[in-house]
Ligand binder design. Sequence first.
Ligand SMILES: Cc1cc2nc3c(=O)[nH]c(=O)nc-3n(C[C@H](O)[C@H](O)[C@H](O)COP(=O)(O)OP(=O)(O)OC[C@H]3O[C@@H](n4cnc5c(N)ncnc54)[C@H](O)[C@@H]3O)c2cc1C
Length: 399
Amino acid sequence: MAVKVIPDQCIGCTACVNVCPFGAIIMQDGKAFITEACTACGACIDVCPVGAIIREDEGPKAVAADKGSYKGVWVFIEQVEGQARGVGIELLGQARQLADQMKEEVAAVLIGDKVEHLAADLFASGADKVYLVEGPEYALYSTDGYTIAFADLIETYKPSVILMGATNDGRDLGPRVACRVQTGLTADCTGLSIDEQTGLVAWTRPAFGGNIMATILCPDHRPQMGTIRPKVFKKPEPDATRTGEIVRVASKVKADDIRTKLVDILRVCTASCNLEEAEIIVSGGRGMCKPENFAMIEELADVLGGAVGASRAAVDAGWKQALHQVGQTGKTVGPKIYFAFGISGAIQHLAGMSSSDIIIAVNKDADAPIFKMADYGIVGDAMEILPILTEEFKKIKQA
Ligand SMILES: Cc1cc2nc3c(=O)[nH]c(=O)nc-3n(C[C@H](O)[C@H](O)[C@H](O)COP(=O)(O)OP(=O)(O)OC[C@H]3O[C@@H](n4cnc5c(N)ncnc54)[C@H](O)[C@@H]3O)c2cc1C
């Protein structure tokens, strides 16, 4: 969907040139001219005082929703082999807060095979209702199957807001569903609130490589959708006395609808890189000095039954795979205990782990910023301290 200038209408004011974030508009013979650097973001359209810039070939416009008919805050409950992922429960807590402010109800969307047993926990965590779509066709996540089921639920029950975890599956499903129902989606959010002026959900996310925080509204279309990073929010305290309504919805998916066929599941990394769910994380940074030294981090993580984390410096150096990276451009984690060995505590690293319950830092520089955040700190050489800690924890485990 390209953007074009209507030369006859252009008054050469250069407002568009100044506002273009990509430097894609130049002046030619006193008129604006759009170059190939244009990403069709539309900033110029909004600023043009004479309406001389338009979108070409817009096709049929998505019809702005009849907003009043959309009600309720929904949370997609991601489950794997009948176990709900933590992020769904975290988001139910947030959904409850949003819904209370909006004076609407919270519903959990549960799609899977034989997953009804999860409903009680969803009610306990804040859901008033569970939309349950069950069938063998949903035993494993598939883009096609889940999109059809989810879009059908939206069209039938018309929610106002949908929260999904920014997991691999959530990041896959969210945009597909948003496109299907022609609404807006803010991806990978780290903050949620209600915008006071408009009453809309204010979705906040890092943008431009994490250098600015953008708060985004979806004023005209429904539902308002977003994916939210795991572990940004704490799980709500479950209330076992809460109950709710299960709404069973028949599957609309036929076998042929699912175009991807699962050939095999390769478990390349199990406990050690499951950072989002881990209760203990042992992380290493550039202060681990060389990749072989990460074996000590892995051993301590193994003894404690925890996962292995890494700073971006360690990942960039090729010492650990990117799926271990903690921080603004890595994973956001919130374990009970976070060990930081040879990590300085740069703001971008802290952004991913500061909600850990207890932070233990080991660094040979007593002035390293990580000590400002740490609950316990040891000033010393990580390579000397790691084996001692590992031995001590082994003894405690054997006792
Ligand atoms: C847009 C952007 C996004 C970013 N995203 C992330 C992110 O997601 N995650 C992330 O981690 N970083 C991220 N960074 C990078 C971040 O700014 C830091 O560069 C990075 O966190 C530094 O990693 P580090 O602490 O391992 O290394 P350093 O800052 O080099 O610190 C190494 C530390 O080890 C200590 N040390 C050295 N030797 C020893 C030893 N023998 N024993 C004990 N301590 C020792 C040193 O005193 C030092 O404090 C991002 C940066 C930008 C600009």
